[in-house]
Design a protein around this ligand. Structure first.
Ligand SMILES: NC(=O)c1ccc[n+]([C@@H]2O[C@H](COP(=O)([O-])OP(=O)(O)OC[C@H]3O[C@@H](n4cnc5c(N)ncnc54)[C@H](O)[C@@H]3O)[C@@H](O)[C@H]2O)c1
Length: 280
């Protein structure tokens, strides 16, 4: 990826992206840096954070890697202090980190069978962590007249489903956290929006999901294919930039239409195909 100044939609801005060592967060880090942002690649996995930051720098961008466990308020406090020491400001916070590894997903099942550790971890990482990042970043945004906060959520946070109980509750809470931030600090220039992401194939968590499940999910997306990380990063770029300055308190579906249609649509489509007509 080459850095060009003509596309520098985030020139002068500093962006923290949690969980950006791998997956969608890493793609967001690359895209925001390619548009002129100085990017803080924050992740519990310092090795992956360092690799992502090094790749951004090698491509001509500006980035720093920082090890942060978002469940630790001390870690977040230290991260904010380090970013201010290095860059002097924080304009963008992307709450992207989530506990999504195979062990977590395996333990986060229906209500009667969810492991309490999995419930606690989902809540601690996915929503408490995001709240702590807001708590410590917003005061820095207020000093410079505002900023943009983006929260990565999921259709699981809106619709009922048969598994991932803790993940779903944490993402619903994150959507509400976003609205609280928008309401509380909007007059002081801080915007807060959630993106409700569909199924996006990446090299990390989604790799281990069985093909049969991917096919089921694809049938419910209205697009020809499941998502690609760049499609998410482009929306994060828009929300991070001043181009979206009149959007706040919203949850944008970036999900290929997954949450936009009737639950009967897929079986109906199959029925009509069998009948050779869609006359009701
Ligand atoms: N990929 C999808 O299909 C999809 C769909 C809906 C929503 N999302 C959301 O998008 C975001 C990114 O998802 P992804 O697929 O890239 O996941 P991923 O598992 O590939 O990446 C998550 C990153 O978060 C980091 N992380 C985990 N715990 C952390 C902690 N305590 N502190 C700091 N960092 C931590 C991991 O090390 C990893 O780098 C998540 O919020 C997820 O819920 C993804």
């Amino acid at each position: 990826m080459t850095i060009t100044t003509t596309t520098a939609r985030l020139e002068g801005k500093v962006a923290i992206i949690t969980g950006s060592g791998a997956g969608l967060g890493a793609e967001c880090a690359h895209v925001l840096a390619a548009h002129g942002a100085r990017v803080v690649v924050a992740d519990i996995n310092f090795e992956s954070a360092s690799e992502t930051a090094a790749a951004i720098v090698a491509a001509g961008g500006e980035a720093m890697a920082w090890r942060t466990d978002v469940t630790s308020e001390d870690d977040i406090r230290a991260m904010v202090a380090a970013v201010i020491a290095r860059y002097g400001r924080i304009d963008v916070l992307h709450n992207n980190a989530a506990a999504l590894d195979t062990a977590q997903r395996g333990a986060d099942r229906d209500v009667c069978n969810v492991a309490i550790e999995a419930w606690d971890r989902a809540m601690n990482v996915n929503v408490r962590g995001a709240m702590l990042c807001c708590k410590h970043v917003i005061p820095e945004m207020l000093k410079i007249g505002g900023g943009s906060i983006i929260h990565s959520t999921s259709g699981f946070g809106l619709l009922g489903d048969v598994t991932l109980t803790a993940y779903a509750a944490s993402k619903a809470a994150l959507m509400q956290l976003s609205r609280s931030v928008a309401a509380q600090y909007g007059k002081q220039g801080v915007r807060s929006n959630a993106i409700m992401i569909g199924f996006v194939i990446n090299d990390h968590a989604q790799k281990s999901v069985p093909q049969e499940i991917k096919d089921i999910l694809l049938a419910q997306h209205l697009t020809p294919a499941l998502g690609h990380p760049r499609q998410i990063a482009n929306v994060v770029l828009f929300l991070a930039s001043d181009e979206s300055s009149f959007i706040t308190g919203d949850t944008l579906a970036v999900d290929g239409g997954f949450t936009s249609h009737s639950p009967a649509m897929v079986p109906l489509r199959e029925f009509f195909e069998r009948m050779g007509s869609n006359k009701l």
